[in-house]
Write a protein that binds this ligand. Structure first.
Ligand code: SF4
Length: 327
């Protein structure tokens, strides 16, 4: 029977799942994904996490609990950096994630808590994979093949994202699902920005993307901007932010404000997130400076209610329809 590696459907799942799934499977292991977020998963996570943590960290705990009794190992890496931008790192909660999980949840299977720090260059990723492969007694050739398989899957993932699909749609296609049909009747275009784990977890954000589609809004997200274009936005701000995903969100906002003529921006933030507070203000100011592009900030937490959120979204859309004279 093959070794089962549990991968929580939270945090970096929405950014790097393909590479790790294919790498582990290339080593001959079985990967098990935690189930999509439900109230039970969230409630279990809330119970086990320190109270002042942000909701994405509580959700990660919930997804770890969902896997706990079904797998041999749980993948909970320590993400430090994913490129060579020297001053950019992941938020401290990512840096301490394996420790936090270990101290909060008892009876866990062993964690795969590798440190992912790619500041020194792309060969670092191979070194990490090599060490990981050796830990499971894989030989060099198997490790190289698994590594290449992971990179290929991640490249395909990125290529599909660049076709203006969301990570959830892309992952569905990669599992054999159909390409979604573009709704040609959508008349307004919104950038919906935020960390991928708040934008695409439809339980925690009460399915905002689908709700906007139903209101006739075309949705553009940060992950749809090609990485090179994102990087080129860095020169528009005097200084990089420290945090990896915060830079991504701010740069995507600048890209959409200057290139895509969006009708509005919705920023989804997580309650209890320090980095988000600054990004939110910066996007609001940039939107104002560029011809007063309407901006709305939505904060999600474990108590986010559908009715209140819907009222705000509908009011925002109505204002835009009036502004554009579409009614
Ligand atoms: S960036 Fe914010 S939302 Fe994300 S893990 Fe850190 S504190 Fe939480």
């Amino acid at each position: 029977m093959s070794v089962k590696i549990g991968i929580p459907r939270a945090l970096t799942y929405y950014a790097y799942y393909p590479v790790w799934k294919e790498f582990f499977e290339g080593l001959g292991m079985e990967t098990v994904l935690s189930r999509p977020t439900t109230k039970k998963i969230l409630d279990n996570g809330v119970k086990e996490t320190v109270t002042d943590a942000c909701v994405p960290i509580k959700l990660f705990h919930g997804h770890v609990l969902d896997l706990k009794d079904r797998v041999d190992y749980i993948f909970a890496p320590r993400f430090v950096s994913v490129n060579n931008e020297k001053t950019v790192t992941f938020c401290p909660k990512f840096l301490g994630l394996p420790n936090m999980i270990r101290s909060s949840i008892s009876g866990l299977p062993p964690l795969i808590d590798i440190r992912i720090d790619l500041k020194k260059g792309r060969t670092e990723l191979f070194k990490i994979c090599y060490r990981l492969g050796r830990q499971f007694d894989a030989d060099l050739l198997t490790i190289i093949k698994a590594y290449m398989r992971g990179l290929k899957a991640q490249a395909r993932y990125q290529m599909l994202l660049n076709q203006q699909l969301t990570p959830v749609e892309v992952l569905n296609i990669m599992e054999g699902g159909e390409q979604p049909v573009q709704n040609t009747k959508e008349s307004l275009k919104f950038a919906v920005l935020g960390f991928p784990y708040t934008v695409y977890d439809k339980f925690v954000n009460v399915d905002i993307i689908n709700k906007l589609h139903k209101l006739g809004i075309r949705v553009l997200t940060a992950e749809m901007v090609p990485p090179k274009q994102l990087l080129s936005q860095a020169k528009k701000v005097p200084k990089n932010l420290f945090w990896n995903f915060s830079n991504q969100v701010l740069r995507a906002a600048l890209y959409y404000l200057d290139n895509a003529k969006v009708d509005g921006i919705i920023h989804i933030t997580a309650f209890g997130c320090g980095p988000d507070a600054m990004v939110d203000k910066m996007i609001e100011l940039e939107a104002k400076q560029r011809g007063k592009i309407p901006f709305m900030s939505i904060t999600v937490d474990e108590h986010t209610g559908e009715a209140g959120l819907m009222t705000r979204i509908e009011a925002f859309v109505d204002m835009m329809v009036l502004r554009r004279g579409l009614s």
